[in-house]
Design a protein around this ligand. Structure first.
Ligand code: NAD
Ligand code: DEZ
Length: 375
């Protein structure tokens, strides 16, 4: 069996090595010729999977994308050919939620503020939005959710309209899929008019898809509104973000909000499980055995935890400042954006850290850290 896999997908050898011969490819430049004799195709978000890529691949038995988003995949086309497809919903939700929370802690420290007392609006209350809300609520913040789709589907959580969210939130974090049609389309959801609604001193975070914000409008807006602070992980025109916008963001990263080792491993593992199901094989590998030990696996503190100390702890699993610094140094070169994504291998999730004992921190902090995801 021939398995074609994106070279940026970790743990493919460990999980798929017994199932066939693996060939690694650059996902962004994948050609129809390269996949023509594939039995299995494993991609990430940078590969458009459509008729042009797959019409001549007549042996294909399975396509998997180790991502949450599916906007790069022509799912109807795959269905019309009877090719089973799976993405990996939720695989990197914790990573994105923690990225957003840690970015907010970083902003608070940079501007000499505290997150305590702030109201955070989450737009899109699916896997990643809910993961971000979990961290924020664990830290005692008020969270407003806007998700008209979930509301219509009968989700029992309390939702507000986008207008209400913008009017009430100090911080807004975007977690929607990119959709171009329909009543709730998200393409340019934040256009010039919507940006102009933002309250003074709003912090706006985007770690879903670049085109949810009109990036040109955002540049023009931000040039007039320095009070608004931006954290941008995703960009219009990836892998070539607009340089003016990078300069205007407080924290800027190359679409790696979901790139924890745990999230990446989960994504590949979910595809492994799905392929085994399709091939009617027993999935006998385990996810936990894939992850390396973490250098700071235990923490022990006696006193009450300040916000600055929580940020210090958070930087053990993810120091956003490092990625921001590296990104600014490399994004403008032809391959800088993709190279940084390819080499991004070190980040962990809160769960990589174990609290040494129940008595090591105050009970309130212990509960908070546990709810944040610490072990
Ligand atoms: N930066 C990254 O590394 C990264 C990682 C994971 C996911 N993503 C992106 O984030 C998106 C969200 O991921 P997810 O796992 O939370 O997906 P999800 O499908 O679980 O949740 C998305 C939510 O958005 C809601 N929604 C749709 N249209 C909306 C609108 N107009 N207004 C408000 N809510 C709306 C949906 O009802 C759904 O609940 C993905 O589709 C992907 O594009 C980015
Ligand atoms: O949709 C997703 O899951 C994310 O955007 C994903 O983390 C993107 O990473 P990539 O697949 O491009 O490596």
């Amino acid at each position: 069996m021939k398995i074609i896999a994106d070279e940026n997908m970790p743990y493919v050898d460990a999980l798929f090595g017994d199932l066939g011969e693996i060939e690694y490819v650059n996902g962004r430049n994948l050609s129809a010729e390269q996949v023509s004799d594939a039995d299995v195709l494993l991609v990430r978000s940078v590969t458009p999977v459509n008729a042009a890529l797959l019409d001549i691949a007549q042996k294909l038995k399975f396509v998997g994308s180790a991502t949450i988003g599916t906007d790069h995949v022509a799912v109807d086309y795959l269905a019309s050919r009877g090719i089973p497809f799976s993405n990996a919903p939720g695989c990197n939700a914790t990573a994105v939620g923690e990225y957003a929370f840690i970015a907010m802690l970083e902003l608070a420290q940079r501007f000499g503020e505290t997150l305590q007392g702030k109201v955070v609006g989450i737009v899109g209350a699916g896997n990643t939005g809910t993961a971000a809300a979990k961290c924020l609520e664990a830290y005692g913040l008020k969270v407003l959710l806007c998700d008209p789709v979930k509301a219509e589907q009968g989700d029992i959580r309390e939702f507000v309209s986008l207008d209400t969210l913008i009017a009430q939130a100090d911080i807004i974090s975007l977690h929607v899929p990119i959709t171009k049609i329909g009543e709730h389309k998200t393409w340019y959801l934040f256009d010039e008019a919507r940006l102009n609604q933002l309250r003074p001193n709003t912090w706006l975070l985007n770690c879903c898809r670049g085109e949810v914000i009109d990036n040109r409008a955002l540049i023009a807006f931000k040039q007039q509104r320095d009070d608004v602070k931006l954290v941008l992980d995703v960009w219009e025109g990836e892998p070539n973000p607009m340089a003016e916008l990078v300069a205007l963001a407080e924290f800027a990263t190359p679409h790696i909000a979901g790139y924890s080792l745990e999230g990446k491993a989960r994504g590949t593992f979910m595809l492994y499980q799905k392929l085994c199901e399709v091939l009617n094989l027993e999935a006998n590998k385990s996810l936990t055995s894939l992850l390396p030990p973490f250098q700071f696996s235990q923490v022990c503190r006696q006193d009450e935890l300040s916000e600055g100390q929580l940020l210090t702890l958070s930087r053990l699993v993810y120091d956003l400042r490092d990625d921001d610094r590296k990104f600014r140094g490399c994004f403008a070169t032809a391959t800088g954006f993709d190279q940084m994504r390819k080499n991004h291998t070190y980040r962990r999730e809160y769960s990589a850290i174990t609290l040494k004992s129940e008595t090591a921190v105050t009970p309130v902090d212990h509960l908070m850290l546990r709810t944040l995801g610490f072990n």
